[in-house]
Ligand binder design. Structure first.
Ligand SMILES: NC(=O)c1ccc[n+]([C@@H]2O[C@H](COP(=O)([O-])OP(=O)(O)OC[C@H]3O[C@@H](n4cnc5c(N)ncnc54)[C@H](OP(=O)(O)O)[C@@H]3O)[C@@H](O)[C@H]2O)c1
Length: 176
């Protein structure tokens, strides 16, 4: 898989202290503010997700164009949603549309595949652990990222912060 970094590709995730992201194909918490943050960040962009995440969503995300990954060649979705059968197919779409924004929105398998390709990483860090979790964000090297902004908030007795990370300069020779 290519390690090319794309300026128009970001990743957005909410995770617990142990990088927990899901349980039983659902989110483990309910934080309304984070759903609004997700909506505002991804609005008018393409959202890239795995088939499990697509199936886990209770409703369509208006104002966003879907790219869903599945290895099943028979799997189709109604237009304008796009099904891609390989990460390379997705990267081709991203590089052919350099003026459009793309966000990788999960889940665990898809985050791991595209982490080397994203130029920004928006993390909602929740200050709690979730022992029930069965899906995790991949380990990432914090040295490769620089923090641009951070806002701390709380809801439903959960403290969380939105962190916007950009890939550090030394890696920019790879950036397209
Ligand atoms: N906390 C958060 O921010 C957040 C965000 C999103 C999701 N989640 C959670 O994450 C969990 C789902 O994550 P997950 O890891 O189980 O699944 P996923 O990453 O959403 O999707 C995995 C699926 O993607 C397809 N896929 C994987 N590799 C592929 C490849 N190389 N080429 C083409 N297709 C490929 C396969 O679909 P086929 O089986 O059809 O081949 C695979 O089953 C849920 O609990 C969800 O709630 C959390």
């Amino acid at each position: 898989m290519s390690k090319q970094v794309y300026n128009n590709l970001g990743m957005i995730v909410a995770m617990g202290k142990n990088r927990e992201i899901g349980y039983n194909n659902q989110l483990i918490w309910r934080i309304k503010e984070d759903l609004t943050f997700f909506k505002n960040t991804t609005m008018n962009s393409h959202v890239i997700m795995g088939r499990n995440t697509y199936n886990s969503m209770p409703k369509n995300l208006p104002g966003r164009q879907y790219i869903v990954l599945s290895q099943n060649k028979e799997y189709t979705l109604e237009k304008p949603k796009i099904v891609c059968h390989s990460p390379e197919e997705v990267l081709k779409i991203i590089s052919s549309n350099p003026t459009e924004n793309f966000w990788v929105i999960g889940g665990g398998v898809i985050y791991k595949i595209f982490l080397p390709n994203v130029s920004s990483l928006w993390i909602t860090e929740i200050d709690s652990t979730f022992p029930l979790a069965d899906t995790y964000f991949p380990a990432y090297n914090e040295q490769e990222w620089t923090e641009q902004s951070c806002m701390e908030k709380s809801e439903n007795n959960l403290i969380f912060r939105h962190k916007c990370l950009k890939r550090v300069k030394e890696q920019e020779e790879n950036i397209r």
